[in-house]
Design a protein around this ligand. Structure first.
Ligand code: PHE
Length: 467
């Protein structure tokens, strides 16, 4: 049965706009900020290899599953899954996965907005020339000065959330295309400029080796982190890609589109890593420096290169835009759902949800300064504590939300989406939606969704538990 329905929330003008929007969602802080610092924390090549494997075997198949569920359902992820489950005679409780995903996406947005706020602050810093000729210590101190100031963090967090809400309130389909068509290629060009700089540091090969030297003994250390990051960077497991799929034109080919998005996302991450690590080594910084890595490293480069002030300013503007095009995709599944459910205006629903994310985000703001000692999920000698002030182990608020979403909720959500497309929906519906002529290719993709991706997620969970 062909499905010509259109979502009430709008439709992309063409397949090309879907690629732009999905790439806009996928490419963001995950690629430029998170990928390098996670690679640094988990020791380099082994992490990168696991991440690449997870992208191909788990992430892209789940992206395929999400896109086809969304496009066939033509509603918010929760309602799309509900109606497709009924159509296939399966339990409507499958839609719970989309509901959990929707909450996970809001939780991600809460901290994403804070970090995106850092790049707003850096735009000003670059513009003022704060980083001219800056040393590694100076750059570290500048970053520390920002994160230790709750007011400054709150200001940028609020501004970023506001801008996200304004765009979402107007509807995603409008406006997104125009900005992304120019910004995304430009961001990539600037990454190449940075790559050019890192080639001149004399430490390029050291950076390259760090990223690509595979040390099997380190695989288990970062295996769950790598898989979680594969989900995060592709925006899968929460319904963001699903909701974008629901605006996708019927004629567009899902298979090739999804592969294009996966490739672009990976290319940006690897370029960012290759640009960053040589600078890290040249400046004598620690690759395992954590979330500040990009914000400490890049100003050093911009502080030295010709026209660094202006290149740096443009760069942080582009990072903010890349973050913005990701953050709107985190809010969209929830907005679409609550609009469908309550019949209230899009603007009102967006305002309420953005306010919720803003409040939760304040937890992240404080976790970098006065609330740094508030620890959650503490396993101590006297047992487990959900919360404890000043505990030795445990995670601060930001780490806890990041851990809960990337390492638990995203993989579980993705698992459910793959199982749903692979086992609950009937094969003919999937075949019709994918519209792949070659039976061999269809069977391969279908098998990746049905078996390989779910088994992949389970293996990683088991490997993590047996650590
Ligand atoms: N993929 C985005 C990034 O890499 C983050 C994201 C996660 C977006 C989940 C939507 C949903 O920055």
């Amino acid at each position: 049965m062909a499905n010509d329905k259109v979502s009430i929330h709008g439709a992309w003008a063409s397949r090309w706009v879907f690629i732009l929007a999905a790439t806009g969602s996928a490419v963001g802080l995950g690629n430029i900020w998170k990928f390098p610092y996670m690679t640094g924390m988990y020791g380099g090549g082994a992490f990168v290899a696991m991440y690449l494997l997870c992208i191909v075997l788990v992430g892209v198949p789940i992206m395929l599953a999400e896109t086809l569920i969304g496009r066939r359902g033509r509603q918010s992820p929760v309602n799309a899954m509900k109606s497709l489950a009924l159509e296939a005679g399966a339990s409507r409780h499958w839609s719970l996965a989309a509901l959990v995903g929707l909450v996970a996406a809001l939780l991600i947005l809460s901290f994403y907005s804070v970090v995106a706020g850092w790049s707003l602050d850096y735009i000003i810093g670059m513009g003022r020339g704060d980083f001219r000729g800056i040393s590694a210590e100076g750059a570290g101190a500048a970053f520390g000065g920002l994160t230790s100031d709750p007011w400054r963090l709150t200001l940028w967090h609020s501004l970023f959330m506001l801008v996200t809400a304004i765009v979402i309130g107007k509807g995603v389909v409008a406006g997104l295309e125009r900005s992304l068509r120019i910004m995304m290629p430009l961001l990539f060009v600037l990454l190449l400029v940075l790559l050019g700089y890192s080639l001149t540091t004399g430490h390029f090969m050291q950076g390259f080796d760090f990223l690509f030297h595979f040390d099997p003994s380190k695989v288990q250390d970062g295996i769950l982190a790598a898989m979680g990051h594969a989900f995060f960077t592709l925006s899968v497991g929460v319904g963001s890609i699903m909701v974008y799929g629901s605006y996708m034109p019927k004629k567009a080919s899902i298979g090739s589109t999804v592969i294009a998005v996966g490739l672009l996302d990976t290319l940006v991450a690897l370029t960012a890593g290759l640009a960053l690590f040589p600078i890290v080594f040249a400046a004598g910084l620690e690759p395992g420096g954590g979330p500040g890595l990009m914000f400490v490293t890049l100003p050093i480069a911009f502080g030295t290169i010709a026209f660094g002030q202006i290149v740096g300013l443009v760069f942080f503007v582009l990072v903010a835009i890349a973050a913005w095009s990701s953050s709107i995709s985190m809010l969209e599944p929830a907005v679409a759902y609550f609009v469908e459910r309550s019949g209230r205006s899009r603007a009102l629903v967006t305002g309420m949800l953005a306010l919720f994310c803003w409040v939760v985000g304040m937890g992240t703001v404080l976790s970098f300064n006065i609330g740094a000692e508030a620890k959650f999920f503490v396993f101590a000698e006297d047992g487990f504590h959900l919360y404890q002030w000043g505990a030795e182990g445990g995670r601060n608020f930001f780490d806890s939300i990041d851990y809960l979403t990337s390492r638990i909720l995203l993989p579980l959500g993705g698992l459910a989406f793959a199982l749903f497309a692979g086992w609950a929906m009937n094969r003919e519906a999937v075949r019709d939606e994918l519209a792949i002529k070659s039976p061999l290719l269809f069977n391969l993709l279908y098998w990746l969704v049905r078996v390989v991706a779910p088994v992949g997620v389970l293996i990683v969970f088991i490997a993590e538990l047996s650590k």
